[in-house]
Every structure is written in C-alpha cells, then in structure tokens.
Design a protein around this ligand. Structure first.
Ligand SMILES: Nc1ncnc2c1ncn2[C@@H]1O[C@H](COP(=O)(O)OP(=O)(O)OP(=O)(O)O)[C@@H](O)[C@H]1O
Ligand SMILES: [Mg+2]
Length: 240
C-alpha cells in the first residue's frame, strides 16, 4: 500500500537533513505506527507521502501510484490528517465537509449520508452550522478527521491524530482504525503515545535523526538486546 524507497529531504539548503535515505514498506491490512523523538523527521516524511513536500531524492508509491508522477491518483487513495488543525475558520463545519466531499467527488446521495454519520458519531451535530472558528481544539480535530475520511480512502495517513481528542473520541478513532484495517485497508500514523502504539499497531517504525532505526512488530522489536516495554525500547534506541 505504501512503498518508500531511498527517501531523503533536507531543509535550509542542506544544513538540516530531516529525512535520510528512508526505506519503508507498509502492507494492506496493517496499522503502522511511526514513532520518533521531536524533530526526528516524522512530519517531513508524512508531508512527502501526501504530496505537500517534494523529496530531494527517492520514490513513494501509494496504492500502486508514484506520488510524483501520478499525484492525483495517489492523493485519491489518501485521507490525510495534518499535525495541527489548521482549517478554514470562516466556514461552518457542514460547509467544510461539503467542500471536502466535493473536492473528492463524493456522489451527492452518499455525501449527506457520510456527513451525517460522522457528525453523529463525533457528537458534532449541534455544532455543524457554527463557524469552525468557534470550535474547540478537539472539535476542529474531529471535523478535520471527518473531512479526511469523507471520500472513504483506502489509506489513512495521520500525523498525531489523537492530540486534542477526548477519551471517547480517541477510543472511537482507534476503533475506526482497526475496522478500516480489518477490511484490508491501511493506516499509517505518527504518535508520541507509546501505549497507543503498543496496543493498536500491527507494526511500528522508529525514526531518529531522519533514519529508520527500528521496524517490526512489538514482538520483533522486543527480541535481541532490547527487552521490556515499548517505552524502554524507544528510550534505549533513541539515546544520544
Ligand atoms: N520548514 C522547515 N524549515 C527548516 N527546517 C525544518 C522545517 N520543518 C522541519 N524542519 C527540521 O526538520 C527536522 C525534522 O522535523 P519534523 O517536523 O519532520 O520532525 P517530527 O518528527 O515531526 O517532530 P515532532 O515530533 O516534534 O512533530 C527538524 O530538525 C526540524 O527542525
Ligand atoms: Mg511532527
């Protein structure tokens, strides 16, 4: 579903190597957790996956499409949730979802059905006609999530999606992720919440200073010289 080969990206004319020769393969049916310290290169990698940043080097195949050669086809397969809920403040929640559904060409009969389903699920029905600028952080995050999933994409790419969500919403999102993958789809998300990664992810990748330093199931990561909880493994691997 995602195939990343020799991906690199520098900022500030090469002074900061944010992503350094990354290779990664995420399969259909998998929830993949992307972990790493602040500044490790997670957001940079994700922005290249969804086509918001151009790599210096490397290839990203999304659902069989090269995202630099076939960007539209690649993007059609993706539901992307960015790391901060920057969103159209002057639209109402409903207007925003309608806009997103139209951008992704969701058929009109399915559109309202999906919008209502998500608004109901995320308890946003009463706020649907309010301007987004009046929303709390978590409400913005939930509208953003809904907008990202409105076209029923096979691949969910989410940058710290649980930030700002209350326990019920966060629980709901985790359930949605699991159901999505049980249907043979794929979720790729970054998080700092190691308990979530531990419990939810089929496989985990740890990035440190732009390099992928570990990848595998929790069991695989535990083998070898690393033992104990994911926190222990993470702290040990990312020690300076
Ligand atoms: N627009 C930018 N201009 C210059 N340097 C940048 C820019 N964006 C990111 N960087 C640098 O690239 C590196 C990777 O940043 P990135 O945002 O990808 O990390 P991250 O793993 O998402 O961190 P966090 O956990 O804090 O979200 C950091 O050293 C950061 O300072
Ligand atoms: Mg980030």
């Amino acid at each position: 579903m995602i195939k990343i080969s020799n991906l690199s990206k520098s900022y500030s004319r090469g002074a900061v190597k944010a992503v350094d020769n990354l290779n990664l393969h995420v399969r259909p049916g998998e929830i993949f957790g992307f972990l790493g310290p602040n500044g490790a290169g997670k957001t940079t990698t994700i922005k290249m996956m969804v086509g918001l940043l151009n790599p210096d080097e490397g290839i990203i195949i999304i659902n069989g499409f090269d995202n630099q050669k076939d960007p539209i086809d690649a993007k059609r397969s993706i539901g992307y949730v960015p790391d901060s809920p920057v969103i159209y403040d002057r639209l109402t929640g409903l207007e925003y979802l309608d806009f997103m559904a139209n951008v992704y060409q969701v058929p009109p009969d399915i559109k309202m059905q999906r919008i209502n389903h998500f608004l109901d699920m995320f308890e946003l029905v009463d706020a649907a006609n309010d301007l987004i600028k009046s929303y709390s952080h978590g409400m913005k995050q939930k509208i953003l999530l809904t907008g990202a999933l409105i076209h029923n994409p096979a691949l969910w790419i989410m940058d710290e999606p649980m930030v700002g969500l209350d326990p019920r919403s966060s629980h709901l999102l985790k359930e949605l992720m699991r159901e999505h993958c049980n249907r043979g789809n794929t979720v790729f998300f970054s998080t700092h919440i190691l308990e979530v990664a531990e419990r939810l992810c089929d496989r985990i990748g740890i990035i440190h200073k732009g390099k992928l330093i570990a990848i595998g199931t929790l069991e695989e990561l535990r083998h070898g010289e690393h033992a104990g909880t994911l926190e222990n493994i993470f702290l040990e691997l990312t020690e300076q």
